[in-house]
Write a protein that binds this ligand. Structure first.
Ligand code: ATP
Length: 337
């Protein structure tokens, strides 16, 4: 496994620029998540990385070698797809063996490696099964074994869990993570799911409109978003505009970090002080959500969300308080997209 380094990369389709200023590294043995909404350029970046799409400027290095001029088949990068992309007419073992056969490895070596990798992905005993008879989770494990068996310099996982149902998704994501720790492969995982990125990755790059808005550890991205987009995308999606010291600011915070005090009848404009944010509001709706109630509120003319341990009456006045450590404050001039 080698270190991947993408430097000052720009790319697009014809005259349409999609990616710009992409600087991203994946250290040997590290898993980095490329996280962003639909259309932000994730697939485009993967296509450039794998050599399917040329880039207009910048460089891509694997180890100390630039792979910019290499065709797709000369780059030792393998991809695991959302749709598994297995050969339907081949058995589990034949699918896993495929890359080694193409590389003309001796049959005995192939057989022993296939056995080793099927054990790693917990599919021993299913060697001769047709892949079409397998569940989605099992198919994705075949795809993973097929990709890893050729010892790629970097493994690219393109939304690998999106086709799986919720329970299997949790199981397979745990398995991929354990496997990554066990074998130590370098990997770039593409996802639009924040939770998946947080659970699986060592670092996260948040992509918006073809640019990396923030690259950092999971904790940094979650707790210290550098832009309104990252704050919003990572779940601090309550927005409130506040005037402070003559300048207009926009505050982002998570619903679950707002404390509601019912029974307040004074109208308080949004104020930021040492103790954090305080604003009065009126309950619009309170909906049962298992172990809490989801409350929508109108505060200072703006719509906010909070959670509360019990139901609140529609129209009830409340005081909403958020501690300073839970607030992400930006100047209003930064575009929020
Ligand atoms: N072949 C193409 N020709 C022209 N424009 C394209 C082409 N493929 C993608 N695009 C455009 O490039 C932008 C980025 O698309 P891309 O598929 O990379 O986004 P994405 O983040 O992978 O989205 P998703 O999560 O929905 O797959 C979009 O505006 C898309 O319309």
């Amino acid at each position: 496994m080698k270190r991947l380094q993408i430097q000052d990369l720009a790319a697009g389709y014809g005259n349409k620029q999609i990616l710009s200023d992409i600087n991203l590294s994946v250290n040997a043995g590290e898993m980095v998540a490329l996280l962003g909404p639909s259309g932000c350029g994730k697939t485009t970046l993967l296509n450039v990385l794998c050599g399917f799409l040329p880039h207009s400027s910048g460089d891509i290095q694997l180890g100390d070698q630039s792979i910019t001029g290499l065709s797709a088949d000369k780059r030792n990068i393998t991809m695991v797809f959302q749709s598994y992309a297995l050969w339907p007419h081949l058995s589990v073992a034949q699918n896993v063996a495929y890359g080694l056969k193409v590389r003309k490895q001796p049959a005995q070596e192939i057989a022993s490696k296939v056995k080793e990798f099927l054990t790693l992905v917990k599919l021993q005993g299913l060697e001769n099964e047709k892949v079409t008879n397998l569940s989605g989770g099992q198919r994705q494990r075949v795809a993973l074994a097929r990709a890893l068996i050729i010892q790629p310099d970097i493994l690219v996982l393109d939304e690998p869990l999106s086709n799986l149902d919720a329970k299997v998704r949790l199981q397979v994501r745990h398995e991929i993570k354990s496997l990554q720790k066990e074998i130590g492969f370098s990997s770039l995982i593409v996802t639009h799911d924040q939770e998946e990125a947080l659970v699986m990755a060592d670092r996260i790059a948040v992509l918006n409109n073809g640019k990396i808005e923030q690259l950092g550890s999971c904790e940094e991205i979650f707790n210290q978003p550098k832009t309104p987009f990252v704050a919003d995308f990572m779940g601090a999606d309550n927005q409130l505009s506040v005037n402070r010291s003559g300048s207009s600011q926009i505050i982002y915070f998570r619903a679950e970090q707002a404390l509601l005090e019912p029974g307040s009848h004074n109208t308080i404009e949004a104020t930021l002080a040492d103790q954090g944010l305080v604003v009065s509001g009126r309950v619009l709706q309170s909906a049962f959500f298992g172990n809490h109630y989801q409350v929508s509120l109108e505060c200072d003319g703006q719509l906010l969300r909070a959670v509360h341990p019990c139901a609140l009456e529609q129209g009830e006045q409340v005081l909403l308080k958020v501690p300073p450590s839970s607030l992400h404050i930006f100047n209003h001039s930064i575009p929020t997209n």
